[in-house]
Design a protein around this ligand. Structure first.
Ligand code: NAP
Ligand code: HSE
Length: 428
């Protein structure tokens, strides 16, 4: 049995620094749990001259071969981010017989199948708890604790940056650019924050969760994605007046038309459990046929919360190494299920439009919606802007195609000056 389990760390940014801090501060505790010492032997970075937030006894290198080619290194932690070269490094580590722990959803959501095959081939572990939900346990619960269930739905807030932004915009009126800069400063945002605000980070995460939940491979290309870039202070304010709050939701449902998987901003009622999930916190509902509804809540981003999930995976792998077992739970995508096209989904919608403030305008708009089979739940005139009136409409549940056709019709009407926002609404 090994007395020391050596780790190679790829990346020492926000998450990597947290990993070093935890493995330094709690080493005695981990040694008791594992039965062997976990030691960071080598750290790969891009810029070796950068002043690091924490000193480590480990060797700093810019050459991946110092880790992949080192027979004493048992576990490789990949917290560099991005697709390339992270995917190639993970693959090389697995092929070299090293266990891999990663927080990288870009890689796991796209190359999961290939990486699992390599892990199986080499009889090693591949763990990725931190890739979704930061510090919240969600991968392990889905793969293990809820394994007795048929999962029918996974839904929630799974991007810390946008939740932080929407919270500050809603509660403090902070403007979009300032609050994005603050999320970057706090280490929540991706290296390119477009992934956060355009919804792709959440899409990658829901692809990972849906793959595990439904036992069928879902990649980011299968996810319908809308981000928060179009959300304005007006929408946030009007939503509030109507009793709603705007959140970026990720939804995966096992529907009769196939797997329905999407990410989009959503108006949710103020008394909905997700309405009070604020700042960088995430919350994920999972519905199973045996357990019913479960909810997972915690910090979805940040140095130590994310490192908590990474190090827990490292401890798990180290236990496996110590007991001479490996690759107990690898790919769980046993099916090849169809997808539900976005056109077949049903939702209520919030629509904000600017129309000519003249007699008959409202009737013409209501008529256009009616012709496309869209029934209006409420219509409110919000403000007068010159010769225009701003209208806020909420529809009943309607097919996605019908709302698209209704919007196309509105765009061609002379009384309609501008369609400002179209956002889905969750009623309960
Ligand atoms: P980060 O702060 O940008 O750190 C990236 C680190 O990787 C840096 O140390 C960088 O080196 C190193 N690196 C990048 N490209 C490299 C290359 N080609 N060769 C060698 N080293 C390279 O990123 P992070 O926020 O820690 O995120 C890391 C991963 O965790 C990402 O996959 C991210 O999606 C995921 N994640 C992050 C969070 C979070 O809250 N931040 C939460 C969950 C998951 P230098 O320091 O020399 O530049
Ligand atoms: N950028 C991600 C977020 C980090 O804001 O949720 C955690 O995965």
């Amino acid at each position: 049995m090994k007395k020391v389990i050596n780790v190679g760390l790829l990346g020492m940014g926000t998450v990597g620094t947290g990993v070093v801090k935890l493995l330094t501060a709690n080493s005695h505790n981990y040694e008791q749990k594992v039965g062997a010492e976990i030691k960071i032997k080598t750290v790969l970075v891009r810029n070796p001259d950068k002043v690091r937030a924490i000193a480590s006894e480990a060797k700093i290198t810019t050459d991946i071969q110092d880790i992949i080619g080192d027979p004493d290194i048992d576990i490789v932690i990949e917290v560099m981010g991005g697709e390339s070269p992270a995917k190639d490094y993970q693959l090389a580590a697995l092929k070299a017989g090293k266990h891999v722990v990663t927080a990288n959803k870009d890689v796991m959501s796209k190359y999961g199948r290939e990486l699992f095959a390599a892990a199986e081939e080499s009889s090693v572990d591949l763990m990725f708890e931190a890739s979704v939900g930061g510090g919240i346990p969600i991968i392990r619960p889905l793969k293990q604790c809820l394994a007795a269930n048929n999962i029918t739905e996974v839904m929630g807030i799974i991007n810390g940056t946008t939740n932080f932004m929407l919270t500050k915009m809603t509660l403090e009126g902070v403007d979009y650019n300032s609050v994005l800069a603050e999320a970057q400063r706090l280490g929540y945002a991706e290296a390119d924050p477009t992934a956060d605000v355009a919804g792709f980070d959440a899409a990658r995460k829901i692809a990972i969760l849906a793959s595990i939940a439904f036992g069928s491979r879902v990649t980011v290309d299968n996810v319908h994605v809308e981000g928060i870039t179009g959300i304005t202070p007006e929408d946030i304010c009007y939503a509030g007046e109507l009793g709603y709050i705007i959140k970026l939701l990720a939804i995966a449902k096992d529907s009769e038309n196939g797997i329905d998987v999407r990410v989009h901003p959503t108006l949710i009622p103020i008394d909905h459990p997700l309405a009070s999930v604020n700042n960088e916190f995430n919350a994920i509902f999972v519905r199973g046929d045996a357990v019913g509804e479960t909810m997972f809540y915690g910090r979805g981003a940040g140095e130590l919360p994310t490192a908590s999930a990474v190090v827990a995976d490292v401890i798990d792998v180290a236990r496996d190494i110590h007991h001479g077992v490996s690759s107990r739970i690898l790919c769980t995508c046993f099916e090849n299920r169809p997808f539900c096209p976005i056109e077949n989904t049903q939702n209520s919608y919030y629509i904000r439009i600017l129309v000519d403030d003249q007699p008959g305008a409202l009737a013409a708009i209501a008529g256009a919606f009616g012709l496309q089979g869209v029934s209006l739940h409420s219509v409110i005139q919000k403000s007068q802007i010159g010769r225009f009136a701003e209208l806020v409409l909420i529809t009943y549940d309607v097919n996605h195609l019908n709302i698209e056709h209704a919007i196309d019709t509105l765009k061609g009407m002379t009384v309609v000056n501008q369609i400002n926002s179209v956002i889905r609404v969750v009623k309960e």
